[in-house]
Design a binder for this molecule. Structure first.
Ligand SMILES: [Zn+2]
Length: 251
């Protein structure tokens, strides 16, 4: 992606097509969830009957956060779906936002606050698809315009394993620093760059995706956040390494 594409928004039809080709090539089955302003909103499933866990990955929720979908596409091209788990993936949740390089969707709705009210077509369809899944481990890829380092949210309804944090730091540190602020987005960190979030929403009716997944019983989720101020290539690299590191972690 060149600078013009970043400023103008991505070629989202091409991005959607690239994901479709890469995911179908890797053996995933496409589900068309809905269509938004001429863009297909698709999810993909690669279910392995004897797999130990179902891993869910999402990206492209906020349209001004391109590193997530770019990292996920590279990971798929590099064979991440060969990992012997079941995969469920929604790679481009907010196509109109990505096309406009804008956080919200074309109606000005923040999709990652819409999982309770479900006012948008995107989240109505996406949540309904999630309802039919039993996700064991969820990973969501995001970016932050205010931070200067990498950080992540963990919502854990299973065993607390702080060594996961240490692994994440080891994976990310060669690429970028962990976020240094001790309060991020109104949350006091547990360790540098680690928000250990309760399984309740910050605002009662503004549920993000990770809260919706927790309410459905997903035992563990990570939301990765890279700082928009760093070069895109670094942010993509950090997301890729964070996902790879998370997959290596025992549940
Ligand atoms: Zn975001």
């Amino acid at each position: 992606m060149n600078l013009r594409e970043i400023l103008m928004g991505m070629d989202v039809h091409k991005l959607i097509e690239d994901f479709n080709l890469a995911l179908c090539r890797a053996g995933a089955r496409r589900q068309l969830l809905t269509e938004v302003e001429g863009y297909a909103l698709s999810a993909y499933e690669l279910i392995r009957p004897n797999a130990e866990r179902v891993v869910y990955v999402s990206s492209g929720m906020h349209g001004d956060e391109p590193a997530g979908p770019l990292a996920l596409l590279e990971l798929i091209d590099e064979g991440i779906l060969n990992e012997q788990v079941s995969w469920v993936i929604c790679p481009v949740i907010n196509p109109t936002g990505l096309a406009a390089n804008c956080r919200d969707n074309f109606q000005g709705l923040d999709l990652n606050r819409d999982y309770f009210k479900k006012e948008s077509k995107e989240i109505t369809a996406h949540a309904s698809w999630l309802d039919g899944l039993n996700v064991d481990f969820a990973i969501s890829l995001h970016e932050d315009w205010e931070s200067t380092g990498f950080y992540f949210y963990e919502i854990n309804q299973t065993e607390d394993r702080p060594q996961r944090y240490e692994r994440m730091v080891r994976a990310i540190s060669p690429i970028m620093p962990m976020e240094k602020e001790l309060v991020i987005d109104d949350h006091v960190v547990r360790e540098r760059g680690w928000i250990y979030h309760e399984n309740k929403p910050d605002e009662p009716k503004l549920w993000p995706e990770a809260i919706y997944l927790a309410m459905q019983g997903c035992p563990l989720s990570f939301t990765f956040e890279t700082p928009s101020s760093l070069p895109l290539s670094k942010r993509v690299e950090a997301h890729k390494e964070a996902v790879r590191s998370a997959l290596r972690m025992p549940l």
